[in-house]
Ligand binder design. Structure first.
Ligand code: C2O
Ligand code: CU
Length: 704
C-alpha cells in the first residue's frame, strides 16, 4: 500500500487538469467545425483539427482534416516511423486580400517551434496541402504579401494543434504528480506470492507505483518441461504435388534462443512449422496429430478451401483430424491453430504456405516469418491459464524472431535483387520494417499481386498480413533489417524512437551475375490482376451492404487503469506500435476486457451477429474503429474462406488494388472493403490480435 494515498491525490490532480482542458476545448453547444457528419465516420478527435481565429480576427473559421495518403498500406508512415498525413483545409470567411494583392499561407510547426514547414497557399473552400510527418505540430495560417515567402511575416489568422498534442506536456504533468517515480519494493513481494514473474518494462517509460503493483487475476500457464521433450530443428521445405498426403503433428519441443532453453510448441518438431510449397490449382491431404496437452486445430489462413477443413473446430488432445486443402489462388499463406492463439501461436505453432504467382524477376527468394516473443529474466512470461493476459493491447514481445531465431543473417552479392515473402506471425505487434539504404518495392500481398508495383521506404505489416517485396542491395557492406516505429508514452504524450534490428544482410563487393538493374528500375504492371478485377469494378462505388463497429467493453479493471484511460487528455495514435503501457496491459485479462464487433443496424454483437450473403454477389463492408471507446486501438480484421479488396481509408480511395484476407483498421478510422463472397459455408470474421480474438472479437457470416 506504499504511497497509494499520494497516487490517488495525484490522479485527482490529473483528472482535474483534464477536466479544465476539456472545458476550454469544448465551449458552447453549437456545431463545431470538426463535429462529424455521421457517428459512423472517421474519428474527429484523431483526424481533424479545429482552427481557432487569432485574437482580433473575426468571422473566419475552418478545420484541417488529416487524410491518410493512399498507398499499399492502410496507414502511412516514414521509414523511421513518423505518421504521414495530408492536411486538407476547409476555410470560410477569409476576407479578400485588398488592392495590394496578398494571400494566405499555411504552416506546420513543432510545438517548440524549432522546425517550421511551409505547407502552401490556402483560400476559402477546400485545399489539399503537402504531407506532414511530425509527431506533434501546430497548424498556422498567416496573411502574407506573397505566396513565395519562406517564413511567416504577416498577421496570424488561424491556428490549431494536432490531436497528438492533447496529452499534457511532461513538465506540467511531472509537476502535478511530483515524485512518482518507478515502483519500489512493494511490487516485488507481491509477485512472489502471486506466482507471476515481472514482465520486462521497456526502458524510458514513466510508470506509476500503482501500475507497477498490478498483477493479472488469472493463474499462470507455461508448458511443463520434461526431459523427453525433443529438441526442435529449423523448418524444412515440403514441396507438395497434387494429391500428396503430408503429416503435421503439433507437440512440445525444446528450443534454445540466445542461450536460454524454453519448452515451446512446434509442428513436426520444427520452428517455424514446415514451409509448404504448392502449385496453384493443386489439392493435398494433411493428417494432423494433436500431441499437445490441450485441444488445437490447424487453420489455413487465407486459403479459399472447403468449409469443413477451415480448422476452426477444435481437435482434442491426442486426437487426429484429416484436412483436405486446395489452392485455387496464388498467394503467401500461413497456417496456425484456432484455439487460444495467444498461447499456441505465440509458443511457435505457425508455418508458411506458398503458392507462387508470376512476379517480376529476382535473383533469389527468402521466406521470412516475423515474430516477437515475451521473455523475462527467468524464462518466458507465462500465459493466462483460463483467460488471456494482455487483453487490452495484446502481448508485445521483447525478442524479435525471424523464422524462429533472433539475428537473421543473409549474404548476397552486390546488385542482387531479393524477393522477400514477409508474414507477421506476432500476437499483436504491427511492424514497420525496412532495409535502410536499399531500394524496395512492394509487389504482392496476402492473396495475389498488386495491380502495379510501388516503391516503398518501409513495409507496414500487421499481425497475419503478408507482403512480397523486391529489394536491391547495390552497395557493399552490412544492411540491417530494422523495425522502426515511434513509441508513445501515453501518460506524458511523449513520442520516442523504438528501433529493433531483426537481422543483417551482408552485401559483398563481388557483383551479382545476372544483374537485374533494368527490370528492377521499372515498376511492373500486373495486367493479369487488372484483367481479373474487371468484373468487380462496377461494385466499387456501391453503398456499404453492412457496417461493423469495432469497440470494447470493460468491467472491474483496476482503479489506476480506469482512471488513466479515461483522462480527456489521453491520446491513442492510429497504430499502437510499441506496447508502451506494459503493466496495465499485462494485468488486464479476458475477465475484465471484452473486445466487440457490433452491427449498428441490429445492435447485435460478436457471435450473435448472423450475416448472410448470396454466393457470387460482391459485398461492400465498412469497418468503423471507434476511437471513443475505452481504449482505441488498431485491429487487423481477417475474414475466413474468402478474399477482398481494400477500397478506401477514411474515404480516400485506394488506387492500387490487390486481393487480401486481412486488413489493418487504424484507430478511429473507417475502412471499406469489397468482399468476393464466392466460397459457400459459415465462416469467421475476427480481429487477428490473438488476445482480442481470445476475448471475444469474432463473429460468423454465411455465404449461401
Ligand atoms: Cu489467421 Cu481466424 O485466423
Ligand atoms: Cu483487435
Amino acid at each position: 500500500m506504499v504511497g497509494s494515498r499520494r497516487i490517488a491525490k495525484a490522479l485527482e490532480t490529473l483528472a482535474l487538469l483534464a477536466l479544465t482542458a476539456g472545458i476550454s476545448q469544448a465551449q458552447g453547444g453549437a456545431v463545431r467545425p470538426c463535429d462529424p457528419a455521421t457517428p459512423l465516420g472517421p474519428s474527429h478527435d484523431l483526424y481533424c483539427i479545429e482552427l481557432v481565429p487569432a485574437p482580433g480576427v473575426a468571422g473566419v473559421s475552418g478545420r484541417v482534416e488529416l487524410a491518410i495518403p493512399p498507398g499499399p498500406f492502410t496507414v502511412a508512415v516514414t521509414a523511421d516511423g513518423h505518421s504521414r498525413f495530408i492536411p486538407v483545409v476547409f476555410l470560410t470567411g477569409l476576407p479578400a486580400t485588398g488592392r495590394g494583392g496578398g494571400t494566405y499561407v499555411a504552416w506546420a510547426a513543432t510545438p517548440q517551434m524549432d522546425s517550421l514547414i511551409k505547407l502552401g497557399e490556402v483560400k476559402n473552400g477546400r485545399v489539399e496541402l503537402r504531407a506532414i510527418e511530425l509527431d506533434r505540430f501546430n497548424f498556422l495560417i498567416s496573411s502574407e504579401r506573397s505566396a513565395r515567402v519562406r517564413e511567416p511575416h504577416g498577421r496570424m489568422i488561424l491556428r490549431g494543434q494536432s490531436p497528438s498534442t492533447r496529452p499534457f506536456p511532461p513538465d506540467l504533468l511531472e509537476f502535478s504528480v511530483g515524485g512518482m517515480g518507478t515502483g519500489g519494493e512493494a511490487g516485488h513481494h507481491e509477485h512472489e506470492s502471486s506466482g507471476w514473474p515481472m514482465p520486462p518494462v521497456p526502458p524510458g517509460l514513466t510508470m506509476l507505483p500503482a501500475e507497477m503493483a498490478l498483477r493479472p487475476e488469472v493463474a499462470p500457464y507455461l508448458p511443463g518441461s520434461d526431459s523427453a521433450v525433443p529438441v526442435a530443428r529449423p523448418r524444412e521445405v515440403l514441396r507438395v504435388a497434387n494429391g500428396d498426403t503430408i503429416q503435421l503433428a503439433a507437440g512440445l519441443v525444446r528450443r534454445t534462443i540466445n542461450g536460454q532453453t524454453y519448452t515451446m510448441y512446434g509442428y513436426n518438431e520444427q520452428y517455424p512449422g514446415p514451409l509448404i510449397e504448392a502449385a496453384r490449382g493443386s489439392e493435398i491431404v494433411v493428417r494432423f496429430k494433436n500431441q499437445l496437452p490441450d485441444s488445437s486445430s490447424i487453420h489455413w489462413h487465407g486459403i479459399r478451401l472447403d468449409n469443413p477443413f477451415d480448422g476452426v473446430a477444435a481437435v482434442a488432445a491426442d486426437h487426429d483430424f484429416t484436412y483436405r486443402v486446395r489452392f485455387p489462388d496464388a498467394g503467401v499463406y500461413w497456417y496456425h491453430p484456432h484455439v487460444r492463439e495467444d498461447i499456441q501461436q505465440e509458443l511457435g505453432l505457425y508455418g508458411n504456405l506458398l503458392v507462387r504467382a508470376e512476379y517480376g524477376p529476382a535473383n533469389r527468394e527468402e521466406v521470412l516469418m516475423l515474430d516477437d516473443l515475451l521473455v523475462g529474466e527467468s524464462g518466458l512470461i507465462p500465459f493466462g491459464k483460463d483467460s488471456p493476459t494482455h487483453a487490452l493491447m495484446g502481448r508485445f514481445g521483447n525478442l524479435f524472431l525471424v523464422n524462429g531465431e533472433p539475428g537473421y543473417r543473409l549474404a548476397v552479392r552486390r546488385g542482387e535483387v531479393v524477393r522477400f515473402f514477409l508474414t507477421n506471425a506476432s500476437s499483436t505487434r504491427t511492424l514497420n520494417v525496412s532495409f535502410p539504404g536499399a531500394h524496395m518495392k512492394v509487389v504482392a500481398t496476402d492473396a495475389g499481386p498488386f495491380e502495379h508495383e510501388a516503391w516503398v521506404e518501409s513495409v507496414v505489416i500487421a499481425p497475419a498480413e503478408r507482403y512480397v517485396v523486391h529489394v536491391r542491395f547495390d552497395r557493399p557492406g552490412p544492411v540491417p533489417l530494422v523495425n522502426q516505429v515511434r513509441g508513445l508514452d501515453h501518460l506524458f504524450g511523449r513520442f520516442f524512437p523504438l528501433v529493433d534490428t531483426l537481422g543483417v544482410v551482408s552485401v559483398s563487393s563481388d557483383p551479382v551475375s545476372g544483374d537485374l538493374r533494368t527490370s528492377f528500375a521499372t515498376l511492373r504492371r500486373d495486367t493479369a490482376t487488372t484483367r481479373a478485377l474487371e468484373p468487380y469494378r462496377r461494385f466499387l462505388d456501391k453503398a456499404p451492404d453492412q457496417t461493423l463497429v469495432l469497440t470494447l467493453q470493460t468491467h472491474g479493471l483496476p482503479f489506476v487503469t480506469e482512471r488513466l484511460m479515461q483522462l480527456d487528455s489521453i491520446y491513442f495514435a492510429p497504430v499502437e506500435w510499441g506496447g508502451t503501457m506494459p503493466m496495465m496491459n499485462w494485468a488486464s485479462t479476458g475477465r475484465q476486457v471484452r473486445w466487440v464487433l457490433k452491427d449498428p443496424a441490429t445492435g447485435r454483437e460478436n457471435m450473435d451477429i448472423a450475416w448472410h450473403f448470396r454466393r457470387g454477389d460482391p459485398v461492400k463492408l465498412r469497418f468503423v474503429n471507434e476511437r471513443r471507446s475505452f481504449h482505441g486501438m488498431q485491429h487487423p480484421i481477417h475474414l475466413h474462406g474468402q478474399r477482398f479488396l481494400v477500397l478506401s481509408v477514411n474515404g480516400v480511395p485506394n488506387e492500387d488494388l490487390a486481393w487480401k484476407d486481412t486488413v489493418l483498421v487504424p484507430a478511429g478510422a473507417v475502412v471499406d472493403i469489397l468482399l468476393d463472397a464466392a466460397n459457400p459455408g459459415e465462416w469467421m470474421l475476427h480481429c487477428h490480435i490473438a488476445e482480442h480474438l481470445s476475448t471475444g472479437m469474432m463473429m460468423h457470416f454465411t455465404v449461401d
